[in-house]
Write a protein that binds this ligand. Structure first.
Ligand code: SF4
Length: 720
C-alpha cells in the first residue's frame, strides 16, 4: 500500500464531460487516479481514459526541451521530421528569439493576412485567451481558430441563428429529470461515457424514455424505447418530418410558440412537404417510427435533445442542427430543468476555448469582431490605439491551410492541435502544410503536424500546470498542478508570455497588452473584466465546485439551465429548411458511405492516448462493416482490407458487426497508420465551414496481411 505524498484534485484532460479527478502522487510521480464520490459532475465514476490514461506524461518520446530543425525548411519543400536526430536541442532563449524574429519578419513583410494560429481545446482557458490575445493585439489578425470548427461549428452557427447562444442549454446530469430524451448523432457510450451512464440511469431508475436516432446500432439502443436507423446525412428530413407530425396532430405548445418564438407560420408551411412518407423515402426510417418518436417527444412533460457530431459534421451541419432546435421550439421543451438543447461538446475545453474567443469571427465572450464597439472594448483592455484591432473576420482552420500560398497565410502557430490527423482529405492538407514558410508547434510530442515544424516548444501536460477548463455543460473547473514539469517543459501560458514580450520589443510596441502575470488566476480575471458571462468566476469561488457560466457577478450562483424567461436573441427564430443531400453519394464504383468517429480508448489525433497503455487495448484502426455487406463483399471478420475513396486509400482490418447499418461503414480517426481522414471529403458547410466527416463514398477490397502497418496488433477490448 502506497501512502501518497499528496492527492491533488483536478479535472480530466480528455472529453467534455469534465470529470473530477484526484491525482495520487508519490515522489513527484502520479501512481493512481481516483474520483470523489460526491462530485456533482461524475459522482465518482470515470471511464478508462480518465482512470488510466495519464501515463503519457512519462512516455520516453515526450519532448522536454525546445527543438529546432537541423535542416532549414522552405515553403514548398517542407518535410516531416519525426526522428529526434533531425532536430537539435536549443535553449528557451534561442527558441523563443528565433520564433519572435521570424514571426515579426513575416508580419512586417506580408501583413496580418500572413499570420495564423490554431488554439487548443485541450489547453486551459488562460492559455487560449493569451494565444488569441497575442495574435490579435500584435499581428492584428483574426486568423484564429481551433478544433470547434471541426466538431460542432454547425451546432454553434445554428444555435446562434436561432437563439444567439451556442452552449448546452442544460446540465448533463439533468437528464434524470427528463421524461423523454432524444440522443442523435452521438455514440455517447464511447464519446461521453459518464453522460451515457446518466442517460441509462434516467431510463432504468427514473423511467425516462430514450429515442436514439443514428445510423449505427450503438450500445444506448439497448436501453432505448425507439431506434431510428437513418441513412447518414438525412437528419433534416427525419427531424423535420417529426415537426410535420407535431404540427399536423395539434401537439404544438401554442403558448410557447406565440410568446417565445417568431417565424412559426412560414415554418409550418415549409414543413408540409416533409411528410413521414417522404422522410422514409430518403432516410430509410420506417414512417411509423418517425410518427411514434414525434408523439413521444411532443407529449413528454420534460423533453430534451442531446446531439453529437453526427448532426454537425455535414456539409449541411447548420441545417441539421436547426432541425433539432425547431422541435424544442414547437414543444416548449427548453428553459426548464430536464429539457433543453444539448450539443455534447467533444474535447475537455472546447467550450472554454470558444468562450475565450479562439474563433475567427468572435472576440472572447462571442463578441463579433466586425462590430467597432466590441473592438473598442478589447482595445481598451489590451491598451491598443483606438481602431487598432482588425475588424475583418478571419479564416477558419480549414481555410487557413487552403490559403497557405504566397500572398496568403505564410506562418502557422499550432498549440496542441494536430491538423495532419484532424483535417479532412489529408493528402491535400499535407500539400498545404508544405507550402507554409514558418511553423511553430507547442505540444508534448512530435505528432504528425509538429513533425512539419521549424521550432518545437515543449509544453507541460495538464497535471503540471494550473488553470481552468470549461466543460460541455458550461462548468468552469480548476486544473491544478500535481507534479513538477518534466525536464525543461513549461506551462503554455508562461511560454506565451515570454514569447509575447519578445515580439512586443521587436515590434517596438512598448505599452500594449499586459504580459506579466504571476499566476493564471490573473489572466482569468483580466478576461472576466470584459466578458460578462465570466465576471463572477474567480479561482476562490471554484476551489471546491465549479460554477456554470453565465456567472454575472461574485454573488451570482451560476446557471444550471438557460433561457427560463427569454433567449439572448429575444424570441427564438424558426428557419424553414430544405433537404440537401450529402455531397458524395455512393455509386457503383464507391458503394459504401463512410462515417468517421472516435472509440472509447482513444482521443482525437492520438497525441496523448497513443502514448499511453490505452494503446495496448486498442492498438489499430478497424473498419466496421455490417454482416450482409461483408458477405456481399466477400470479407470476413478480422480480414485485412483496403478502403479507398476518391482522395486516398488505407489498409486495415475489418470488424464485421451488426452495430453498422447496411450500406455504411465506420472508421475511427485516431490512427496515423490508417488515417481515416485520408479518405474524407473536404466539402464544407457554407455557413459553419465545418467539413463533411460523416459521409463520403468509399469502396472496400480484400488486401494482404503484409500490407497492414501493424499486422501483429491484437485488439483486446472485446466489446463489438
Ligand atoms: S468521461 Fe470524459 S471526462 Fe470523464 S473520465 Fe472519461 S474522458 Fe474523462
Amino acid at each position: 500500500m502506497i501512502t501518497p505524498d499528496h492527492i491533488t484534485p483536478t479535472t480530466c484532460p480528455y472529453c467534455g464531460v469534465g470529470c473530477n479527478l484526484e491525482l495520487h502522487v508519490k515522489d513527484d510521480y502520479i501512481y493512481k487516479v481516483t474520483s470523489p464520490f460526491d462530485s456533482v459532475v461524475n459522482q465518482g465514476n470515470l471511464c478508462v481514459k480518465g482512470r488510466f490514461g495519464y501515463d503519457f506524461i512519462y512516455h520516453p518520446k515526450r519532448v522536454t526541451t525546445p527543438l529546432i530543425r537541423k535542416t532549414p525548411q522552405t515553403a514548398g519543400q517542407r518535410t516531416q521530421a519525426f526522428d529526434r536526430s533531425e532536430w537539435r536541442e536549443a535553449s528557451w532563449d534561442e527558441a523563443l528569439d528565433t520564433i519572435a524574429e521570424r514571426l515579426v519578419e513575416i508580419y512586417r513583410r506580408d501583413g496580418s493576412e500572413a499570420m495564423a494560429v490554431y488554439c487548443c481545446a485541450k489547453a486551459t482557458n488562460e492559455d487560449n485567451y493569451l494565444l488569441q490575445k497575442m495574435y490579435r493585439s500584435f499581428f492584428r489578425t483574426n486568423n484564429v481558430d481551433h478544433c470547434t470548427r471541426l466538431c460542432h461549428a454547425g451546432s454553434v452557427v445554428a444555435l446562434q441563428q436561432a437563439i444567439a447562444s451556442s452552449a448546452m442549454s442544460n446540465t448533463a446530469a439533468e437528464v434524470i429529470h427528463s421524461d423523454c430524451f432524444i440522443v442523435t448523432g452521438s455514440n455517447t457510450t464511447e464519446n461521453h461515457p459518464i453522460i451515457a451512464l446518466q442517460m441509462i440511469a434516467a431510463v432504468e431508475q427514473y423511467g425516462a424514455k430514450m429515442i436514439v436516432v443514428d445510423p449505427r446500432r450503438m450500445e444506448l439502443c439497448d436501453f432505448a424505447e425507439l431506434w431510428l436507423p437513418l441513412k447518414p446525412g438525412t437528419n433534416v428530413p427525419v427531424f423535420t418530418a417529426m415537426a410535420h407530425v407535431i404540427i399536423q396532430e395539434g401537439l404544438v405548445d401554442r403558448e410557447f410558440v406565440d410568446q417565445r418564438t417568431e417565424g412559426y407560420a412560414e415554418f409550418a408551411r415549409s414543413v408540409e412537404k416533409f411528410t413521414p412518407e417522404y422522410a422514409e423515402s430518403v432516410s430509410g426510417v420506417d414512417r411509423e417510427l418517425i410518427i411514434q418518436a414525434a408523439h413521444m417527444y411532443a407529449t413528454a412533460e420534460r423533453g430534451a435533445i442531446y446531439w453529437g457530431m453526427g448532426i454537425s459534421q455535414l456539409s449541411h451541419g447548420t441545417a441539421s442542427a436547426l432541425s433539432l432546435i425547431h422541435l424544442a421550439f414547437l414543444t416548449g421543451h427548453i428553459g426548464r430543468q430536464g429539457t433543453g438543447l444539448n450539443p455534447l461538446r467533444g474535447q475537455n475545453n472546447v467550450q472554454g476555448t470558444s468562450d475565450m474567443g479562439c474563433m475567427p469571427y468572435h472576440y472572447p465572450g462571442y463578441m463579433p469582431v466586425d462590430d467597432p464597439q466590441n473592438a473598442a472594448k478589447w482595445e481598451t483592455a489590451w491598451n491598443i490605439e483606438p481602431g487598432g484591432l482588425n475588424q475583418k473576420r478571419g479564416l477558419t482552420t480549414t481555410e487557413i491551410l487552403s490559403n497557405a500560398h504566397p500572398g496568403g497565410v505564410r506562418s502557422l502557430y499550432i498549440m496542441g492541435e494536430n491538423p495532419m490527423m484532424s483535417e479532412p482529405n489529408l493528402n491535400l492538407t499535407r500539400h498545404h502544410m508544405q507550402q507554409l514558410e514558418f511553423i511553430i508547434a507547442q505540444d508534448l510530442f512530435i505528432n504528425e503536424s509538429g513533425a512539419f515544424a521549424d521550432v518545437f516548444l515543449p509544453a507541460t501536460s495538464w497535471a503540471e500546470k494550473d488553470g481552468t477548463f470549461t466543460n460541455t455543460d458550461r462548468r468552469v473547473q480548476r486544473v491544478r498542478q500535481a507534479i513538477a514539469p518534466r525536464g525543461g517543459a513549461r506551462p503554455d501560458w508562461q511560454i506565451l508570455c515570454d514569447l509575447a514580450k519578445r515580439i512586443e520589443a521587436r515590434l517596438e510596441r512598448q505599452r500594449t497588452a499586459y504580459w506579466d502575470y504571476s499566476h493564471p488566476r490573473e489572466i482569468l480575471a483580466e478576461m472576466g473584466g470584459v466578458v460578462p458571462d465570466y465576471a463572477g468566476v474567480t479561482y476562490e469561488r471554484i476551489d471546491q465546485v465549479g460554477l456554470q457560466v453565465p456567472v454575472w457577478d461574485e454573488a451570482h450562483p451560476g446557471t444550471p439551465f438557460l433561457f427560463a424567461e427569454t433567449f439572448p436573441s429575444g424570441r427564438g427564430k424558426f428557419h424553414p429548411l430544405e433537404y440537401v443531400p450529402v455531397v458524395e453519394q455512393p455509386d457503383d464504383e464507391y458503394p459504401f458511405i463512410l462515417v468517421t468517429g472516435r472509440v472509447l480508448e482513444h482521443w482525437h489525433g492520438g497525441t496523448m492516448t497513443r502514448h499511453s497503455k490505452l494503446d495496448e487495448l486498442y492498438p489499430e484502426a478497424r473498419v466496421e462493416i455490417s454482416p450482409p455487406d461483408a458477405t456481399l463483399a466477400g470479407i470476413t471478420d478480422g480480414q485485412a482490407v483496403r478502403v479507398s475513396s476518391r482522395r486516398g486509400s488505407i489498409v486495415l482490418r475489418a470488424t464485421v458487426t451488426g452495430k453498422t447499418s447496411a450500406g455504411a461503414v465506420f472508421i475511427p480517426f485516431h490512427f496515423a497508420e490508417a488515417a481515416a481522414n485520408l479518405l474524407t471529403i473536404d466539402a464544407l458547410d457554407p455557413q459553419a465551414k465545418i467539413p463533411e466527416y460523416k459521409a463520403c463514398a468509399v469502396k472496400i477490397e480484400p488486401a494482404g496481411v503484409n500490407e497492414l502497418a501493424k499486422p501483429e496488433a491484437v485488439l483486446r477490448r472485446g466489446r463489438h
